[in-house]
Design a binder for this molecule. Structure first.
Ligand SMILES: [Zn+2]
Length: 88
């Protein structure tokens, strides 16, 4: 997939122009067609993979040390490893 290399280069360099330029290329259009054939309901799958933050606010907790918003499944802060409910 040599045609994809310029996209990865652009992504690595945070080169938004490079990405948009690449998305106008034949390689991207071909890839889009492939995706549509393989995954006709990609957009609905993406929605399932991406939880809506507004509905899940109560399941997150904010670290009292670094104020990072952690997922409810974490018992320690992802950023500074502080306990969720530090013993006082
Ligand atoms: Zn923290």
């Amino acid at each position: 997939m040599d045609q994809i290399d310029p996209l990865f280069d652009a992504l690595r360099n945070n080169d938004l122009n490079g990405v948009t330029t690449w998305m106008e290329s034949e390689a991207w259009k071909t890839l889009l067609q492939l995706v549509q054939i393989e995954l006709p309901d990609l957009s609905s799958s993406m929605k399932q993979l991406t939880p809506t933050v507004t509905n899940e606010q109560s399941s997150n907790w904010t670290c009292s040390e670094c104020t990072f918003l952690n997922d409810n499944s974490n018992q320690t802060c992802e950023m500074c490893s502080l306990d969720r409910n530090p013993a006082s």
